[in-house]
Design a binder for this molecule. Structure first.
Ligand SMILES: C[S@@+](CC[C@H](N)C(=O)[O-])C[C@H]1O[C@@H](n2cnc3c(N)ncnc32)[C@H](O)[C@@H]1O
Length: 183
């Protein structure tokens, strides 16, 4: 069985946590990383690492001196990535995005997320977005992929500049790119 199929089965078995039956498309892996800084000594955060497809793309994008903190609630997914991505710049955090501030005390230069906001209460969703906003450097981006536009308003409530792009796959994938622009 190929790896993509194994990942789809693992996602489907855990549908209420993953919110997906397959990994995001190759085009989304590329597009969601478009605002990540390639400069030295940057800190990037990922929410919802899954089997690490976007994680690998982030690592391919950032500089050798930068760091990626990848949050994932499912321990088995963390184990999978630990075995398959050997990179000193990657710090796997087996915890929820809602606990971001427990693990990271410094400012961050970008957030890339594929967590299923539609499964969260409004309060939980807003708290995750607000905490990420608080830690982000000015002019940095939070980029989120989702299968609907329904959660876009929550991001607009907190971020000053938001845009939405779409990728027509067998299910349309939307990417929200949200920039912190403090006056
Ligand atoms: C739609 S899958 C995306 C996986 C992968 N990044 C991709 O692009 O295909 C969402 C992932 O978020 C994880 N997840 C769900 N809730 C989470 C939370 N509160 N914090 C961190 N990860 C979470 C799920 O276990 C799952 O691996």
């Amino acid at each position: 069985m190929n790896q993509k199929l194994k990942t789809s089965i693992a996602f489907a078995k855990n549908l209420l946590v993953t919110g997906a039956i397959s990994e995001t498309s190759r085009q989304v892996e590329i597009d969601i990383c478009k605002h990540i800084s390639k400069e030295d000594h940057k800190i990037i955060v990922e929410f919802g690492m899954g089997h690490g497809n976007i994680t690998q793309e982030i690592l391919n994008t950032i500089s050798p001196t930068s760091k990626l903190y990848a949050f994932e609630v499912k321990e088995s997914f963390c184990d999978h990535v630990r075995k398959n991505i050997l990179d000193d710049r990657l710090v796997i955090v087996n915890d929820g995005a809602q606990n971001l501030k427990k693990h990271i005390k410094e400012n961050v230069n970008g957030v890339i997320s594929s967590i299923p906001f539609s499964f969260f209460s409004k309060e939980k969703g807003l708290a995750i977005i607000q905490d990420a906003y608080d830690l982000l450097e000015n002019n940095a981006y939070y980029s989120q992929v989702l299968y609907t536009k329904f959660n876009f308003k929550k991001f607009q409530q907190i971020f000053e500049a938001c845009e939405i792009t779409s990728n027509k796959n067998f299910i349309t994938e939307y990417i929200y790119h949200c920039k912190k622009v403090r006056k």
